[in-house]
Design a protein around this ligand. Sequence first.
Ligand code: SF4
Ligand code: SF4
Length: 502
Amino acid sequence: MESQLPAEFIVNINHERCRKCKRCVINCSFSAIEFKDKVTANNRQCVACHRCATFCPENAITIIHNPLDYKDGYNWSPEIRKNILKQAESGGIILTGMGNPRPYPIYWDHMLIDACQVTNPSIDPLREPMELRTYLGAKPEALEFEGDIDNISLKTELAPQVKLDIPIVFAAMSYGAISLNAHKALAMAAKRMGTLMNTGEGGLHEDLAGYTDRIIVQVASGRFGVTSKYLNNSALVEIKIGQGAKPGIGGHLPGEKVGEDISKTRMIPVGTDALSPAPHHDIYSIEDLSQLIYAIKETTDYKKPVSVKIAAVHNVAAIASGIVRAGADIVMIDGFRGGTGAAPMVIRDHVGIPIELALAAVDDRLRQEGIRNRASILVGGSIRQSADVVKAIALGADACVIGTASLIAMGCRVCQKCYTGNCAWGIATQKPELVRRLNPEVGADRLCNLLTAWGHEIQEVLGSLGINAIESLRGSRERLRGVGLSQETLDILGIKHAGIGQ
Ligand code: SF4
Ligand code: SF4
Protein backbone atom coordinates (compact mmCIF):
# COMPACT_ATOMS: atom_id res chain seq x y z
CA MET A 1 0.00 0.00 0.00
CA GLU A 2 1.37 3.38 -0.94
CA SER A 3 2.18 5.43 2.15
CA GLN A 4 0.29 8.64 2.80
CA LEU A 5 2.72 9.57 5.53
CA PRO A 6 4.82 12.63 4.90
CA ALA A 7 8.56 12.51 5.67
CA GLU A 8 9.30 13.31 9.29
CA PHE A 9 12.68 14.92 8.58
CA ILE A 10 14.26 16.85 5.73
CA VAL A 11 17.94 16.33 4.93
CA ASN A 12 19.38 19.48 3.40
CA ILE A 13 22.59 19.11 1.44
CA ASN A 14 24.60 22.25 0.76
CA HIS A 15 25.92 21.39 -2.69
CA GLU A 16 28.28 24.35 -2.73
CA ARG A 17 30.09 22.92 0.25
CA CYS A 18 29.82 19.23 -0.68
CA ARG A 19 33.02 17.76 -2.13
CA LYS A 20 31.34 14.49 -3.10
CA CYS A 21 33.40 12.33 -0.77
CA LYS A 22 30.31 10.07 -0.23
CA ARG A 23 31.01 9.60 3.47
CA CYS A 24 27.39 10.41 4.21
CA VAL A 25 26.20 7.74 1.76
CA ILE A 26 28.47 5.11 3.33
CA ASN A 27 27.48 6.10 6.86
CA CYS A 28 23.72 6.14 6.41
CA SER A 29 22.40 2.73 7.47
CA PHE A 30 18.77 3.70 6.76
CA SER A 31 19.30 4.30 3.00
CA ALA A 32 18.29 7.92 3.36
CA ILE A 33 21.19 9.28 1.29
CA GLU A 34 22.27 8.22 -2.19
CA PHE A 35 24.74 9.41 -4.76
CA LYS A 36 23.52 10.04 -8.31
CA ASP A 37 25.97 12.57 -9.80
CA LYS A 38 25.44 14.41 -6.56
CA VAL A 39 24.32 13.60 -3.04
CA THR A 40 20.56 13.28 -2.83
CA ALA A 41 18.34 12.58 0.15
CA ASN A 42 15.44 10.17 0.43
CA ASN A 43 13.78 12.12 3.22
CA ARG A 44 11.17 9.48 4.06
CA GLN A 45 13.96 7.13 5.15
CA CYS A 46 15.67 9.63 7.45
CA VAL A 47 15.37 8.87 11.20
CA ALA A 48 17.55 11.78 12.39
CA CYS A 49 20.35 9.54 13.67
CA HIS A 50 22.79 12.35 12.68
CA ARG A 51 25.45 9.92 11.51
CA CYS A 52 25.80 11.65 8.11
CA ALA A 53 25.99 15.16 9.56
CA THR A 54 28.53 14.07 12.19
CA PHE A 55 30.88 12.57 9.62
CA CYS A 56 30.52 15.13 6.84
CA PRO A 57 33.93 16.85 6.65
CA GLU A 58 32.39 19.99 5.13
CA ASN A 59 29.45 20.47 7.51
CA ALA A 60 27.33 20.34 4.39
CA ILE A 61 24.39 18.49 5.94
CA THR A 62 21.61 19.79 8.11
CA ILE A 63 18.59 17.79 9.24
CA ILE A 64 15.41 19.53 10.22
CA HIS A 65 11.89 18.50 11.15
CA ASN A 66 9.70 18.56 8.07
CA PRO A 67 8.04 21.94 8.68
CA LEU A 68 4.57 20.70 7.80
CA ASP A 69 1.81 22.54 9.56
CA TYR A 70 -1.17 20.49 10.63
CA LYS A 71 -4.59 21.95 11.14
CA ASP A 72 -4.78 22.92 14.82
CA GLY A 73 -6.15 20.22 17.10
CA TYR A 74 -5.12 19.63 20.70
CA ASN A 75 -7.11 16.41 20.72
CA TRP A 76 -6.10 15.16 17.27
CA SER A 77 -2.42 16.03 17.61
CA PRO A 78 -0.10 15.46 14.63
CA GLU A 79 1.40 12.44 16.41
CA ILE A 80 -2.00 10.82 16.97
CA ARG A 81 -2.90 11.42 13.33
CA LYS A 82 0.44 10.01 12.10
CA ASN A 83 0.00 6.88 14.20
CA ILE A 84 -3.50 6.31 12.80
CA LEU A 85 -2.14 6.67 9.26
CA LYS A 86 0.66 4.20 10.08
CA GLN A 87 -1.79 1.62 11.41
CA ALA A 88 -4.20 2.15 8.54
CA GLU A 89 -1.31 1.17 6.28
CA SER A 90 0.21 -1.65 8.35
CA GLY A 91 -2.64 -3.16 10.37
CA GLY A 92 -0.10 -3.83 13.11
CA ILE A 93 1.10 -2.76 16.53
CA ILE A 94 3.38 0.27 16.34
CA LEU A 95 6.81 -0.80 17.53
CA THR A 96 9.27 1.68 18.91
CA GLY A 97 12.57 1.89 20.76
CA MET A 98 14.09 3.88 23.63
CA GLY A 99 12.06 5.50 26.41
CA ASN A 100 8.67 7.16 26.73
CA PRO A 101 8.98 10.58 25.07
CA ARG A 102 5.56 11.92 26.09
CA PRO A 103 5.31 15.11 28.16
CA TYR A 104 4.37 13.56 31.51
CA PRO A 105 5.73 15.52 34.46
CA ILE A 106 9.40 14.91 35.18
CA TYR A 107 9.46 15.12 38.96
CA TRP A 108 13.26 15.31 39.14
CA ASP A 109 12.91 18.77 37.58
CA HIS A 110 10.46 19.83 40.30
CA MET A 111 12.82 18.99 43.15
CA LEU A 112 15.55 21.32 44.36
CA ILE A 113 18.52 20.45 46.54
CA ASP A 114 19.44 22.26 49.74
CA ALA A 115 22.84 23.89 50.47
CA CYS A 116 24.68 24.96 53.59
CA GLN A 117 24.83 28.66 54.49
CA VAL A 118 26.42 30.29 57.57
CA THR A 119 25.20 28.01 60.34
CA ASN A 120 26.24 24.69 58.90
CA PRO A 121 29.52 24.67 56.96
CA SER A 122 29.80 23.31 53.46
CA ILE A 123 32.76 21.13 52.45
CA ASP A 124 35.19 21.82 49.62
CA PRO A 125 35.50 18.59 47.62
CA LEU A 126 38.78 19.77 46.10
CA ARG A 127 40.38 19.93 49.54
CA GLU A 128 38.70 17.23 51.56
CA PRO A 129 38.00 13.55 50.85
CA MET A 130 34.54 12.93 49.49
CA GLU A 131 33.24 9.35 49.55
CA LEU A 132 31.10 8.02 46.70
CA ARG A 133 31.50 4.37 47.65
CA THR A 134 28.44 2.36 48.53
CA TYR A 135 27.60 -1.32 49.04
CA LEU A 136 24.75 -3.31 47.55
CA GLY A 137 23.26 -6.13 49.57
CA ALA A 138 21.26 -6.84 52.73
CA LYS A 139 22.51 -5.02 55.82
CA PRO A 140 22.33 -6.53 59.32
CA GLU A 141 19.86 -5.25 61.96
CA ALA A 142 22.81 -4.49 64.23
CA LEU A 143 26.52 -5.19 64.39
CA GLU A 144 27.99 -7.36 67.11
CA PHE A 145 31.69 -7.44 67.88
CA GLU A 146 33.85 -9.80 69.87
CA GLY A 147 37.27 -9.60 71.50
CA ASP A 148 38.68 -6.67 73.39
CA ILE A 149 39.87 -3.23 72.45
CA ASP A 150 43.24 -4.56 71.21
CA ASN A 151 41.83 -7.44 69.24
CA ILE A 152 38.32 -6.67 68.13
CA SER A 153 36.55 -8.50 65.34
CA LEU A 154 33.10 -8.55 63.80
CA LYS A 155 30.86 -11.29 65.16
CA THR A 156 27.85 -10.58 62.96
CA GLU A 157 27.82 -12.60 59.78
CA LEU A 158 27.31 -10.22 56.88
CA ALA A 159 25.22 -11.02 53.83
CA PRO A 160 27.23 -10.82 50.59
CA GLN A 161 27.91 -7.24 49.53
CA VAL A 162 29.02 -5.74 46.22
CA LYS A 163 31.12 -2.60 46.46
CA LEU A 164 30.40 0.26 44.07
CA ASP A 165 33.03 3.00 43.84
CA ILE A 166 30.36 5.26 42.37
CA PRO A 167 26.60 4.85 42.95
CA ILE A 168 25.82 4.47 39.25
CA VAL A 169 25.39 1.09 37.56
CA PHE A 170 24.94 0.35 33.85
CA ALA A 171 21.45 -0.90 33.08
CA ALA A 172 20.46 -4.34 31.82
CA MET A 173 20.81 -4.43 28.03
CA SER A 174 21.07 -7.82 26.40
CA TYR A 175 23.55 -9.02 23.81
CA GLY A 176 21.10 -9.26 20.96
CA ALA A 177 19.36 -6.01 21.74
CA ILE A 178 22.75 -4.29 21.66
CA SER A 179 25.97 -5.30 19.97
CA LEU A 180 28.85 -7.25 21.46
CA ASN A 181 31.06 -4.18 21.07
CA ALA A 182 28.60 -2.16 23.16
CA HIS A 183 28.63 -4.93 25.79
CA LYS A 184 32.42 -4.94 25.79
CA ALA A 185 32.55 -1.17 26.21
CA LEU A 186 30.14 -1.36 29.16
CA ALA A 187 32.10 -4.19 30.80
CA MET A 188 35.44 -2.41 30.40
CA ALA A 189 34.03 0.84 31.78
CA ALA A 190 32.37 -0.96 34.71
CA LYS A 191 35.67 -2.59 35.63
CA ARG A 192 37.67 0.62 35.36
CA MET A 193 35.15 2.66 37.34
CA GLY A 194 34.49 0.07 40.05
CA THR A 195 30.85 -0.31 39.13
CA LEU A 196 28.70 -2.94 37.37
CA MET A 197 27.24 -3.71 33.98
CA ASN A 198 24.26 -6.01 33.45
CA THR A 199 24.02 -8.74 30.81
CA GLY A 200 20.29 -8.30 30.45
CA GLU A 201 18.49 -11.47 29.52
CA GLY A 202 20.76 -12.49 26.65
CA GLY A 203 23.38 -14.54 28.48
CA LEU A 204 27.06 -13.84 28.99
CA HIS A 205 29.33 -13.83 25.93
CA GLU A 206 32.63 -15.66 26.43
CA ASP A 207 34.58 -12.51 25.50
CA LEU A 208 33.42 -10.95 28.79
CA ALA A 209 35.04 -13.70 30.89
CA GLY A 210 37.62 -11.27 32.27
CA TYR A 211 34.98 -8.94 33.68
CA THR A 212 32.71 -11.27 35.61
CA ASP A 213 33.44 -9.67 39.00
CA ARG A 214 31.84 -6.51 37.59
CA ILE A 215 28.86 -8.11 35.86
CA ILE A 216 25.27 -8.57 36.96
CA VAL A 217 23.90 -11.67 35.26
CA GLN A 218 20.19 -11.66 34.63
CA VAL A 219 17.69 -14.49 34.90
CA ALA A 220 14.62 -13.54 32.91
CA SER A 221 11.52 -15.41 31.82
CA GLY A 222 13.24 -16.88 28.73
CA ARG A 223 16.11 -18.21 30.92
CA PHE A 224 18.50 -17.63 28.00
CA GLY A 225 22.05 -18.76 28.71
CA VAL A 226 21.30 -19.57 32.36
CA THR A 227 23.54 -22.30 33.82
CA SER A 228 25.15 -22.66 37.22
CA LYS A 229 28.43 -21.46 35.64
CA TYR A 230 26.64 -18.35 34.36
CA LEU A 231 25.20 -17.62 37.81
CA ASN A 232 28.55 -18.08 39.51
CA ASN A 233 30.43 -15.99 36.94
CA SER A 234 29.00 -12.77 38.30
CA ALA A 235 29.11 -10.06 40.92
CA LEU A 236 25.41 -10.57 41.62
CA VAL A 237 22.39 -12.20 40.04
CA GLU A 238 19.25 -10.36 39.02
CA ILE A 239 15.85 -11.93 38.47
CA LYS A 240 14.02 -9.82 35.93
CA ILE A 241 10.30 -9.73 36.50
CA GLY A 242 9.54 -6.51 34.67
CA GLN A 243 10.99 -3.64 32.71
CA GLY A 244 9.96 0.01 32.98
CA ALA A 245 9.51 0.51 29.25
CA LYS A 246 7.18 -2.46 28.89
CA PRO A 247 5.67 -3.57 32.19
CA GLY A 248 3.66 -6.74 32.02
CA ILE A 249 4.81 -7.92 28.62
CA GLY A 250 7.61 -10.16 27.40
CA GLY A 251 10.27 -9.67 24.78
CA HIS A 252 11.00 -10.88 21.29
CA LEU A 253 14.34 -11.01 19.53
CA PRO A 254 13.55 -11.91 15.91
CA GLY A 255 15.24 -15.01 14.47
CA GLU A 256 17.14 -13.02 11.83
CA LYS A 257 19.14 -11.41 14.63
CA VAL A 258 20.02 -14.77 16.19
CA GLY A 259 23.32 -15.55 14.48
CA GLU A 260 26.00 -18.07 15.55
CA ASP A 261 27.33 -16.00 18.40
CA ILE A 262 23.98 -15.00 19.88
CA SER A 263 22.71 -18.57 19.49
CA LYS A 264 25.70 -19.83 21.52
CA THR A 265 25.34 -17.17 24.20
CA ARG A 266 21.57 -17.61 24.57
CA MET A 267 21.74 -21.38 24.07
CA ILE A 268 19.08 -21.45 21.36
CA PRO A 269 19.32 -22.63 17.72
CA VAL A 270 20.52 -20.20 15.06
CA GLY A 271 17.69 -18.32 13.39
CA THR A 272 15.01 -19.06 15.98
CA ASP A 273 13.00 -16.27 17.56
CA ALA A 274 14.09 -15.64 21.15
CA LEU A 275 10.79 -15.24 22.94
CA SER A 276 10.67 -14.10 26.55
CA PRO A 277 7.24 -14.90 27.98
CA ALA A 278 5.39 -12.12 29.79
CA PRO A 279 5.49 -13.98 33.14
CA HIS A 280 8.03 -16.47 34.45
CA HIS A 281 6.05 -19.67 34.03
CA ASP A 282 7.20 -20.88 37.43
CA ILE A 283 6.43 -17.66 39.34
CA TYR A 284 2.83 -16.87 40.22
CA SER A 285 3.29 -15.78 43.84
CA ILE A 286 5.81 -14.32 46.27
CA GLU A 287 6.41 -17.88 47.50
CA ASP A 288 7.33 -18.98 43.96
CA LEU A 289 9.67 -16.00 43.67
CA SER A 290 11.25 -16.93 46.98
CA GLN A 291 11.92 -20.43 45.68
CA LEU A 292 13.81 -19.04 42.69
CA ILE A 293 15.75 -16.58 44.87
CA TYR A 294 16.86 -19.39 47.17
CA ALA A 295 17.57 -21.76 44.26
CA ILE A 296 19.98 -19.11 42.96
CA LYS A 297 21.47 -18.57 46.43
CA GLU A 298 22.02 -22.33 46.78
CA THR A 299 23.62 -22.50 43.35
CA THR A 300 25.96 -19.63 44.17
CA ASP A 301 26.73 -20.92 47.67
CA TYR A 302 25.12 -17.85 49.29
CA LYS A 303 28.06 -15.78 48.02
CA LYS A 304 26.17 -13.51 45.61
CA PRO A 305 23.47 -10.98 46.40
CA VAL A 306 20.27 -11.68 44.50
CA SER A 307 18.37 -8.76 43.03
CA VAL A 308 14.80 -8.69 41.74
CA LYS A 309 13.96 -6.17 39.05
CA ILE A 310 10.41 -4.92 38.64
CA ALA A 311 8.75 -2.22 36.62
CA ALA A 312 7.30 0.73 38.54
CA VAL A 313 3.56 0.03 38.59
CA HIS A 314 0.65 1.20 40.72
CA ASN A 315 1.15 -1.33 43.53
CA VAL A 316 4.94 -1.14 43.48
CA ALA A 317 5.40 -0.56 47.24
CA ALA A 318 3.51 -3.69 48.28
CA ILE A 319 5.24 -5.74 45.58
CA ALA A 320 8.66 -4.51 46.71
CA SER A 321 7.81 -5.43 50.29
CA GLY A 322 6.93 -8.96 49.15
CA ILE A 323 10.19 -9.19 47.20
CA VAL A 324 12.25 -8.22 50.25
CA ARG A 325 10.34 -10.68 52.41
CA ALA A 326 10.96 -13.34 49.73
CA GLY A 327 14.68 -13.00 50.44
CA ALA A 328 15.97 -10.61 47.76
CA ASP A 329 19.05 -8.61 48.74
CA ILE A 330 18.36 -5.87 46.21
CA VAL A 331 15.17 -4.48 44.70
CA MET A 332 15.66 -2.83 41.34
CA ILE A 333 12.80 -0.55 40.29
CA ASP A 334 12.58 0.59 36.68
CA GLY A 335 10.45 3.66 35.98
CA PHE A 336 8.10 4.12 33.05
CA ARG A 337 10.58 6.27 31.13
CA GLY A 338 13.12 3.46 30.97
CA GLY A 339 14.55 2.58 27.57
CA THR A 340 14.10 -0.54 25.49
CA GLY A 341 15.31 -2.04 22.24
CA ALA A 342 11.76 -2.67 21.14
CA ALA A 343 8.32 -2.23 22.68
CA PRO A 344 4.77 -1.65 21.50
CA MET A 345 4.30 2.12 21.61
CA VAL A 346 0.98 1.73 23.41
CA ILE A 347 2.75 0.03 26.35
CA ARG A 348 5.84 2.21 26.40
CA ASP A 349 3.85 5.43 26.42
CA HIS A 350 0.87 4.55 28.64
CA VAL A 351 1.78 1.86 31.17
CA GLY A 352 3.63 2.22 34.47
CA ILE A 353 4.42 5.11 36.77
CA PRO A 354 7.30 7.59 37.17
CA ILE A 355 10.31 6.31 39.05
CA GLU A 356 10.42 9.30 41.41
CA LEU A 357 7.01 8.44 42.89
CA ALA A 358 7.68 4.69 42.88
CA LEU A 359 10.99 5.11 44.69
CA ALA A 360 9.51 7.33 47.39
CA ALA A 361 6.61 4.91 47.90
CA VAL A 362 8.86 1.84 48.12
CA ASP A 363 11.39 3.42 50.48
CA ASP A 364 8.51 4.62 52.73
CA ARG A 365 6.85 1.23 52.79
CA LEU A 366 10.04 -0.68 53.59
CA ARG A 367 10.85 1.79 56.39
CA GLN A 368 7.34 1.57 57.83
CA GLU A 369 7.61 -2.21 57.87
CA GLY A 370 11.08 -2.08 59.44
CA ILE A 371 12.68 -4.01 56.58
CA ARG A 372 14.46 -1.25 54.65
CA ASN A 373 17.89 -2.53 55.71
CA ARG A 374 17.15 -6.03 54.41
CA ALA A 375 17.62 -4.91 50.80
CA SER A 376 19.31 -2.19 48.78
CA ILE A 377 17.20 -0.18 46.36
CA LEU A 378 18.46 0.43 42.82
CA VAL A 379 16.45 2.76 40.59
CA GLY A 380 16.48 3.52 36.89
CA GLY A 381 14.24 4.70 34.11
CA SER A 382 15.14 8.32 33.27
CA ILE A 383 18.30 9.04 35.22
CA ARG A 384 19.61 11.72 32.89
CA GLN A 385 22.20 13.66 34.85
CA SER A 386 24.18 13.72 38.10
CA ALA A 387 21.50 15.86 39.78
CA ASP A 388 18.96 13.06 39.21
CA VAL A 389 21.33 10.65 40.98
CA VAL A 390 21.64 12.97 43.98
CA LYS A 391 17.86 13.47 44.17
CA ALA A 392 17.21 9.73 43.85
CA ILE A 393 19.60 8.93 46.69
CA ALA A 394 18.10 11.68 48.85
CA LEU A 395 14.68 10.14 48.15
CA GLY A 396 15.91 6.76 49.41
CA ALA A 397 17.82 4.89 46.67
CA ASP A 398 21.17 3.24 47.32
CA ALA A 399 22.33 3.69 43.74
CA CYS A 400 21.02 4.49 40.26
CA VAL A 401 20.99 2.59 37.01
CA ILE A 402 21.66 4.28 33.68
CA GLY A 403 20.79 2.77 30.30
CA THR A 404 19.87 5.46 27.79
CA ALA A 405 22.46 7.88 29.21
CA SER A 406 25.17 5.25 28.74
CA LEU A 407 24.08 4.62 25.16
CA ILE A 408 24.09 8.35 24.43
CA ALA A 409 27.62 8.51 25.84
CA MET A 410 28.63 5.86 23.29
CA GLY A 411 27.08 7.76 20.39
CA CYS A 412 23.34 6.99 20.41
CA ARG A 413 21.21 9.85 19.06
CA VAL A 414 17.93 8.55 20.54
CA CYS A 415 16.44 8.11 17.07
CA GLN A 416 14.21 5.35 18.55
CA LYS A 417 14.90 2.92 15.70
CA CYS A 418 16.71 0.28 17.77
CA TYR A 419 14.12 -2.34 16.83
CA THR A 420 15.10 -2.11 13.14
CA GLY A 421 18.59 -3.51 13.83
CA ASN A 422 20.07 -0.76 11.63
CA CYS A 423 21.63 1.41 14.35
CA ALA A 424 24.07 3.65 12.51
CA TRP A 425 26.22 3.98 15.63
CA GLY A 426 26.96 0.26 16.00
CA ILE A 427 25.01 -0.01 19.26
CA ALA A 428 21.58 -1.59 18.68
CA THR A 429 22.58 -3.78 15.77
CA GLN A 430 24.10 -7.17 14.98
CA LYS A 431 25.19 -6.31 11.42
CA PRO A 432 28.98 -6.79 11.39
CA GLU A 433 29.58 -3.75 9.15
CA LEU A 434 27.65 -1.57 11.63
CA VAL A 435 28.89 -3.23 14.85
CA ARG A 436 32.48 -2.42 13.92
CA ARG A 437 31.62 1.30 13.93
CA LEU A 438 31.69 1.16 17.71
CA ASN A 439 35.22 0.72 18.98
CA PRO A 440 34.82 -0.86 22.44
CA GLU A 441 37.90 0.94 23.79
CA VAL A 442 36.60 4.31 22.65
CA GLY A 443 33.13 3.47 23.94
CA ALA A 444 34.61 2.53 27.32
CA ASP A 445 36.62 5.77 27.46
CA ARG A 446 33.48 7.78 26.79
CA LEU A 447 31.52 5.89 29.46
CA CYS A 448 34.34 6.36 31.99
CA ASN A 449 34.46 10.07 31.19
CA LEU A 450 30.72 10.36 31.75
CA LEU A 451 30.86 8.60 35.12
CA THR A 452 33.96 10.55 36.15
CA ALA A 453 32.22 13.82 35.29
CA TRP A 454 29.04 12.85 37.15
CA GLY A 455 31.15 11.68 40.09
CA HIS A 456 32.81 15.11 40.31
CA GLU A 457 29.44 16.83 40.09
CA ILE A 458 27.96 14.61 42.81
CA GLN A 459 30.93 15.46 45.03
CA GLU A 460 30.32 19.17 44.40
CA VAL A 461 26.68 18.82 45.45
CA LEU A 462 27.59 16.75 48.50
CA GLY A 463 30.10 19.42 49.48
CA SER A 464 27.48 22.14 49.18
CA LEU A 465 25.21 20.00 51.39
CA GLY A 466 27.99 19.72 53.97
CA ILE A 467 28.09 15.93 53.56
CA ASN A 468 31.29 14.00 52.84
CA ALA A 469 29.84 10.57 52.00
CA ILE A 470 27.08 9.58 49.59
CA GLU A 471 25.79 7.04 52.13
CA SER A 472 25.00 9.90 54.52
CA LEU A 473 22.66 11.38 51.94
CA ARG A 474 20.51 8.26 51.50
CA GLY A 475 16.91 8.96 52.42
CA SER A 476 17.64 12.56 53.51
CA ARG A 477 14.43 13.90 52.04
CA GLU A 478 14.63 16.97 54.26
CA ARG A 479 17.41 18.16 51.94
CA LEU A 480 14.96 18.30 49.01
CA ARG A 481 12.19 20.82 48.31
CA GLY A 482 9.45 20.71 45.69
CA VAL A 483 8.46 23.44 43.24
CA GLY A 484 5.22 23.48 41.25
CA LEU A 485 3.90 20.24 42.75
CA SER A 486 0.52 19.51 44.29
CA GLN A 487 0.30 18.75 48.02
CA GLU A 488 -0.58 15.16 47.17
CA THR A 489 2.57 14.76 45.07
CA LEU A 490 4.67 16.38 47.80
CA ASP A 491 3.17 13.95 50.30
CA ILE A 492 4.01 10.94 48.11
CA LEU A 493 7.54 12.23 47.60
CA GLY A 494 7.78 12.97 51.32
CA ILE A 495 9.22 16.43 50.76
CA LYS A 496 8.16 19.97 51.64
CA HIS A 497 7.44 22.79 49.22
CA ALA A 498 10.26 25.24 48.52
CA GLY A 499 10.04 28.16 50.95
CA ILE A 500 9.18 25.98 53.95
CA GLY A 501 12.12 25.69 56.36
CA GLN A 502 13.05 22.85 58.66
S1 SF4 B 1 29.77 13.68 3.61
FE1 SF4 B 1 29.41 15.85 3.24
S2 SF4 B 1 30.99 16.39 1.77
FE2 SF4 B 1 30.90 14.17 1.76
S3 SF4 B 1 29.44 13.68 0.10
FE3 SF4 B 1 28.23 13.78 1.98
S4 SF4 B 1 27.49 15.92 2.05
FE4 SF4 B 1 29.17 15.85 0.59
S1 SF4 C 1 20.81 2.83 19.92
FE1 SF4 C 1 21.06 3.37 17.73
S2 SF4 C 1 19.05 2.90 16.78
FE2 SF4 C 1 18.74 2.97 19.03
S3 SF4 C 1 18.10 5.09 19.43
FE3 SF4 C 1 20.32 5.01 19.71
S4 SF4 C 1 21.16 5.64 17.69
FE4 SF4 C 1 19.00 5.09 17.35
